[in-house]
Design a protein around this ligand. Structure first.
Ligand SMILES: Cc1cc2nc3c(=O)[nH]c(=O)nc-3n(C[C@H](O)[C@H](O)[C@H](O)COP(=O)(O)OP(=O)(O)OC[C@H]3O[C@@H](n4cnc5c(N)ncnc54)[C@H](O)[C@@H]3O)c2cc1C
Length: 410
């Protein structure tokens, strides 16, 4: 099984709200805001990658006074900060039987599509994608789960396929200029009253302030090393890319191959500013932050073969290279960790923690859906706690029953 397939399994519990969450709060929160006497809950979000920023924005816009605690913010570059290195496009690799992740990716697609219309400064561009594979897949990939979600879906057959490809699809999707998009998310968050603290946490409990109601852990690949989390299922998948100036490339082109059991992908993703990101590699457990010159040459060569308009037949030396990049995808055996638990502060009191990490190669593709899930899990946990407290006050005989019920569900 390819690594992409392996990481696309998820652990989910609640459904996402159907409202347009970036413009209108979910119903539960509308109720919350209407009772002006009720103090706002306070949230600390660890991480300012696409997962942390999206979750923090949702919380802040929906009644939580939210602070992002992070070592790196938009504008920073580090091998421990995956989001700035992404392509990024919305392209799904979810298996036909993973209904939850499909739901989250569908929701993200709709939100990103809408944002591309209403937020011109967010760096989201509508583009056509040509997605090819070398061997016709055994599973019926000509009927992918998302064919009804994306506009203009078509199956491509010979002669509309490049050399050495047996299958392909095309459709309309979105590409994101990630540095711009991350800055936009952060600005939206701050304009909504969100706070930021620039610090590196050695242990998750550093986020458990006495006045904090919930901590959301969006620490990406660092979930493996962050004290109190230390999730050994998390590992990096290195991706090397080359960014070039090529405003004449208007479409995303990708080719996936399976070479001796290894997953290999060649891709060109145009951004809204004339740059095109060329990729790439999938190297599990490789932390090397230095771009490899030979690999960079191979990437450019493969991209030129796949999309000759890249160099207009002038040869790869004619390309204007903007940067050589390396990023780590936050991969996780078992897929995304999206769940809540109660942890103890040093004084013995309890605090709600929601984990949201392990997004591998689909952090943008799933971002809005998974962040909504985090929001719903948090709201559900508070609602259950409230139910328990009411029952405890009203009828002590129900206490044992309620404890069992809450513990089994959290
Ligand atoms: C080459 C490449 C191409 C990609 N292409 C795509 C694509 O086309 N589409 C797509 O959907 N995805 C793509 N991805 C994947 C995507 O980039 C990731 O899934 C996503 O960025 C993960 O975001 P994150 O917020 O979970 O983690 P990160 O972006 O890594 O953010 C982690 C945050 O947590 C903070 N943090 C961690 N530990 C601590 C600590 N101890 N104290 C304080 N702060 C801490 C960090 O400072 C950072 O702010 C690509 C990735 C790569 C590398």
């Amino acid at each position: 099984m390819s690594e992409v397939e392996e990481s696309s399994k998820t652990q989910f519990s609640t459904s996402i709200p159907t409202q347009n969450i970036e413009q209108q709060p979910p119903q539960s929160q509308q109720k919350n805001q209407s009772s002006s006497q009720k103090p706002k809950r306070r949230a600390n979000v660890i991480g300012a990658g696409v997962s942390g920023l999206t979750t923090a924005l949702l919380l802040q816009r929906n009644g939580y006074q939210t602070t992002i605690l992070a070592e790196f913010f938009p504008g920073d570059l580090s091998i421990r900060y995956g989001s700035p290195w992404a392509g990024a496009d919305w392209r799904s690799n979810v298996e036909m039987d993973d209904a939850q992740l499909q739901k989250f990716e569908a929701y993200s697609f709709k939100t990103l599509w809408k944002l591309s219309n209403v937020a011109p400064d967010a760096g989201i561009k509508i583009v056509t994608i040509y997605d090819y594979v070398d061997k016709k897949p055994k599973l019926r990939r000509d009927q992918p789960w998302f064919k009804k979600i994306v506009p203009n879906f078509k199956v491509l057959r010979k002669p509309h396929l490049p050399a050495n490809c047996e299958f392909g699809v095309s459709y309309t999707t979105v590409s994101l200029n990630v540095p711009k998009y991350l800055r936009w998310l952060l600005n939206q968050f701050k304009e909504s009253g969100g706070q930021t603290v620039n610090k590196r946490l050695a242990h998750i409990k550093e986020a458990f302030g006495p006045d904090i109601d919930v901590v959301v852990n969006c620490s990406g690949v660092s979930a493996r090393t962050l004290g109190g989390v230390e999730d050994e299922a998390v590992y990096p998948t290195r991706g090397q890319t080359v960014v070039v100036w090529a405003p004449h490339v208007k479409s995303i082109v990708t080719k996936r191959s399976t070479v001796a059991g290894n997953y290999d992908i060649t891709y060109l993703i145009p951004r809204d500013d004339g740059q095109v990101i060329l990729g790439g590699t999938f190297q599990p457990n490789d932390y090397n932050s230095e771009p490899d010159e030979k690999v960079a040459r191979e990437i450019i060569q493969k991209c030129d073969e796949l999309c000759p308009e890249l160099t207009h037949g002038k040869g790869i030396r004619s390309l204007e290279i903007t940067s050589h990049n390396v990023g780590l995808r936050p991969s996780r055996k078992g897929g995304i960790r999206i769940e809540t638990e109660y942890r103890k502060r040093d004084d013995g009191s309890e605090i709600l923690v929601c984990h949201n990490y392990g997004h591998h190669s689909y952090g943008y593709t799933s971002s809005w859906g998974v962040s909504c899930e985090a929001f719903n899990l948090i709201e559900t946990a508070f609602a259950k706690r409230q139910e328990f407290e009411v029952a405890f006050t009203n009828d002590n005989s129900k206490t044992d029953q309620m404890v069992e019920k809450s513990e089994s569900k959290l």
